[in-house]
Design a protein around this ligand. Structure first.
Ligand code: UT7
Length: 335
C-alpha cells in the first residue's frame, strides 16, 4: 500500500472580469446585495467565441501543474476530470483533455459530483495510487458556468454566484505513510437532487421538446437552486464531514494549518471557521474574486494558497465541499 501526494498544482481563469456592477446592468441586483449575501465582488466569465472551454482551461491549468511537478504529460497514468459543465453532452471532457495533452492512450474519466467533484476525484486518484495500480494521476476541476446561466432578473439567485475557471493537481505515489492524503470521507443524498439542479436539456427533456413547447426560455433550461435549503444543509454537512476527518486522524481543529473549503458562499466559510474556532490564517478564501467555480473552486484556491506560501511541506491541510446531489466530502492530507 502507498499513500498519494500532491506534487504540483496549477490554475487558469478566463481574463474577462465581470463585476457585480456589470451584473446590475443586466438584471435587478446590486453590488451591496451580492457582497452582503455571498462575499463575491467579481467573477470570471468566458468570452463567447474565445477558445476557452472546460477542456482548454483544464489544459492550461494542467500544464502549469505538470511543470511544477516536474513531469511530462506522457508520464501520466490517468486523468480524472471533475465538472458539471462538460464541453459536450458526451463524450466527457476527460478524453478531450487527454487529446489536448497529446497522450495517445490512458484512462480519462469524468467525475460528475458537482461542487464535491474535486474531493471525489482526489479520493478516486488516491485509491488507484494506494492500490499500486497507477503512479501519476492528473486531477482537474473545470467549469464553464457562464455559457448556461439565466442572466435576467429571473435567474439572479443563481447567476450572480457562479464563475468560470479551472484548477489542476498532480498526484504521485508516496512511500512515507505519514505524508500525502491520509483520509477522504464521501457522502451523497439523492433525495435532495432537485434542490440544486439543471433538469433540462437532458435525456428526459431534449432541446426540441423545449422549443416545441414554444418556450425556449423555460426555467428548466437553466440551473435551479433552492438557496436557503442548500445553505442549511451545507453548514451541517460541512461540519459533520470535517469532524469525521479530524476524529479519524486524531487531529484537533487547532492542528489544522490550512483549511480550504469549497468556495460556495463566504458566509458558509465564515460559519465553519467560527464553529471550529479557526483563525483567519488557517482558512483560505478567494470567492471574492472568482465567485463559485464548483469543481474548480478547491483546486484554484489550493493553488493560490500554495503560491502565496500559505501551504508548506509538512502542513496539515483539510479540504471540504458540499453541493448539488446533495454530495459532500472532506480530504485530510499532510503536504
Ligand atoms: O456551491 C454549491 C452549493 N451552493 C451553496 O452552498 C449556496 C447556498 N445558498 C446561498 O448561498 C444563499 O442562499 C444565496 C446567496 C443563494 C441566496 O441568499 P439568501 O440570503 O438565502 O437569499 P434568499 O434566496 O432568501 O433571497 C432573499 C431575497 C428574495 O427577495 P424577497 O423574496 O425577500 O423579496 C430574493 O428574490 O433576495 C432576492 N434575491 C436577490 N436580490 C438581489 C435573490 N437573488 C438576488 C440578487 N440580487 N442576485
Amino acid at each position: 500500500m502507498f499513500n498519494s501526494r500532491i506534487i504540483g498544482m496549477g490554475k487558469y481563469l478566463p481574463e474577462n472580469v465581470v463585476t457585480n456592477d456589470d451584473l446590475a446592468k443586466m438584471m435587478d441586483t446590486s453590488n451591496e446585495w451580492i457582497v452582503e449575501r455571498t462575499g463575491i465582488h467579481e467573477r470570471r466569465h468566458i468570452v463567447k467565441g474565445s477558445d476557452d472551454s472546460p477542456s482548454t482551461m483544464a489544459l492550461k491549468a494542467s500544464k502549469v501543474a505538470l511543470e511544477r511537478a516536474g513531469l511530462e504529460a506522457d508520464q501520466l497514468d490517468m486523468i480524472l476530470f471533475a465538472t458539471l459543465s462538460p464541453d459536450y453532452y458526451f463524450p466527457g471532457s476527460g478524453v478531450l483533455l487527454q487529446e489536448l495533452l497529446g497522450i495517445p492512450a490512458c484512462p480519462a474519466m469524468d467525475i460528475r459530483m458537482q461542487c464535491s467533484g474535486f474531493i471525489y476525484a482526489l479520493s478516486t486518484a488516491d485509491q488507484f495510487i494506494k492500490s499500486g495500480m497507477y503512479k501519476n494521476i492528473l486531477v482537474v476541476g473545470a467549469e464553464n458556468h457562464s455559457g448556461g446561466l439565466d442572466m435576467t432578473t429571473r435567474g439572479r439567485g443563481v447567476s450572480v454566484i457562479f464563475g468560470d475557471g479551472a484548477g489542476a493537481a498532480i498526484l504521485t505515489r508516496e512511500e512515507d505513510h505519514s505524508k500525502g492524503i491520509l483520509s477522504s470521507h464521501l457522502y451523497s443524498e439523492g433525495k435532495h437532487a432537485e434542490e440544486l439542479s439543471l433538469i433540462g436539456p437532458s435525456t428526459m427533456r431534449w432541446v426540441p421538446e423545449i422549443i416545441d413547447a414554444n418556450d425556449p426560455l423555460d426555467e428548466s433550461y437553466y440551473p435551479y437552486m433552492n438557496g436557503q435549503v442548500v445553505f442549511k444543509h451545507a453548514v451541517v454537512r460541512f461540519s459533520e464531514v470535517i469532524n469525521e476527518g479530524l476524529t479519524k486522524n486524531n487531529w484537533k481543529a487547532e492542528d489544522i494549518d490550512m483549511f480550504v473549503p469549497h468556495q460556495a458562499n463566504l458566509r458558509i466559510s465564515q460559519f465553519i471557521q467560527k464553529k471550529f474556532g479557526l483563525s483567519n490564517d488557517q482558512v483560505y478564501n478567494n470567492i471574492m474574486r472568482y465567485g463559485n467555480t464548483t469543481a474548480a473552486s478547491i483546486p484554484i484556491a489550493l493553488t493560490e494558497a500554495w503560491e502565496e506560501g500559505k501551504v508548506k511541506e509538512g502542513d496539515k491541510v483539510v479540504l471540504a465541499a458540499f453541493g448539488s446531489g446533495f454530495t459532500w466530502g472532506s480530504t485530510l492530507m499532510v503536504w
